[in-house]
Write a protein that binds this ligand. Structure first.
Ligand code: NAD
Length: 360
């Protein structure tokens, strides 16, 4: 079995990669476990997960953005406070990024920090969010505004879970795979782009390879700057525009697809500024077109008022111009001089290209 070790301020932690449910035995043996489980995963994998829950306390969570908030976190806290175990409790989170974010938050604040274990069940969580320590809750219309950095002690990445994802959630995860490939340089992007057909066909071997590649890239960034104060900022490539779209669409567009759209807008700006060639832009856009479902892009999400306003609610916006991560030469860089006009021009071009795109 392959293992990825990540060094954190809390000490090293590991992600084990597997393509069966043998890891369940290890989790079943965890003493004082409390399970926070995605309700849908609980239903779909009842047979495989049953040994975990028999006679063990668990909390079923509906994985929707509206639940990624402090009230939901406090409901879990309340149930855990009623357990005989205290600081020795271990929270086991089973689900995608939403269950992960709320669980990490609870594990971080309860008794000033308890141990937690993660079983990511979406492609996005397996390929991106499972490492990196971030916990994030939404508050009112602010996305991911509350949280800290608190990694799990162990992660089990099982690609079997991917088979039951909806198409849009699968594509969302693919968006993160392409993001990491691109951030690692244009050659790395081209090598992942060659696997696009296999990835779209959900070839598990290729998928596992690309998940590992993405996590290995992210590991480097985390180990350089776990608290996201400097070099790790570039991982927000596509996020300024992506978060705005998630918000204006009321989360109808899943995170990784919104980020893919965001990377397209960023590349349009890069090309206009001559940071990348038209050929590079076109090659990248061709891949991203396969990931963003065009029906999800409704005109009303992009009206200047709501769309630019949503960007101004982003925690990275400090007034004046926008700070965005742009592809420049052969890598990504932070630029704090992006104007409203550049964003609206680039958005118009990307949306226009969607109307005329030749989707294979
Ligand atoms: N903490 C981080 O570092 C980080 C990074 C990126 C994104 N995020 C957050 O993650 C969230 C998105 O997470 P996500 O895309 O993993 O999905 P999700 O948690 O939003 O789940 C998406 C849908 O998939 C369902 N689902 C989960 N596993 C399934 C499975 N195996 N089979 C069938 N259905 C399944 C869920 O019930 C839900 O309906 C966003 O809130 C985003 O902000 C966090």
């Amino acid at each position: 079995m392959k293992v990825l070790e990540v060094n954190s301020y809390t000490g090293p932690y590991e992600a084990d990669f597997c393509s069966d449910f043998s890891f369940i035995e290890k989790i079943a043996g965890i003493e004082n476990a409390f399970f926070v489980v995605d309700k849908q995963v609980y239903q779909l994998y009842e047979q495989e997960l049953r040994p975990l829950f028999q006679g063990k306390p668990h909390f079923l969570m509906e994985a929707i953005e509206e639940n990624k908030n402090i009230q939901e976190a406090l409901c879990i806290v309340k149930e855990m406070l009623a357990l005989p175990s205290k600081r020795n409790a271990v929270l086991v989170a089973i689900g995608g990024g939403i269950v992960q974010d709320v669980s990490a938050f609870v594990a971080n604040i309860l008794y000033r920090g308890i141990s937690w274990v993660l079983v990511p069940t979406t492609l996005l969580a397996q390929t991106d969010s499972c490492i990196g320590s971030k916990s994030s809750l939404n508050f009112e219309h602010y996305k991911n505004i509350l949280g800290y950095f608190y990694p799990p002690r162990k992660i089990y990445v099982n690609t079997n879970f991917i088979r039951t994802l909806t198409e849009k959630d699968y594509l969302s995860g693919l968006g993160e795979i392409v993001k990491c490939a691109l951030m690692a340089g244009y050659e790395s992007f081209l090598s992942t782009a060659k696997n696009l057909s296999a990835l779209l066909a959900k070839d598990e071997q290729i998928l596992l390879r690309e998940i590992e590649k993405a996590l290995r890239f992210k590991k480097k960034m985390i180990e350089l700057d776990e608290f996201d104060r400097g070099p790790r900022n570039v991982m927000n490539f596509g996020h300024t525009f992506g978060h705005a779209l998630e918000s204006t669409s009321d989360y109808a567009i899943p995170h990784g697809q919104a980020v893919s759209y965001g990377m397209m807008v960023a590349n349009e700006i890069s090309c206009k500024r001559q940071y990348i060639t038209t050929e590079m832009k076109q090659n990248i856009q061709r891949v991203l077109f396969q990931i963003v479902t065009p029906d999800l892009l409704k005109t009303e999400f992009f009206s200047g008022d709501v769309y630019l306003q949503a960007m101004k609610h982003d925690k990275k916006y400090t007034g004046g111009m926008h700070t965005c991560i742009l592809f420049h030469g052969d890598g990504v860089e932070k630029h704090s001089d992006v104007t409203d006009a550049e964003i609206m021009d680039a958005t118009k071009i990307v949306l226009g290209e969607f109307e005329n795109a030749d989707r294979v």
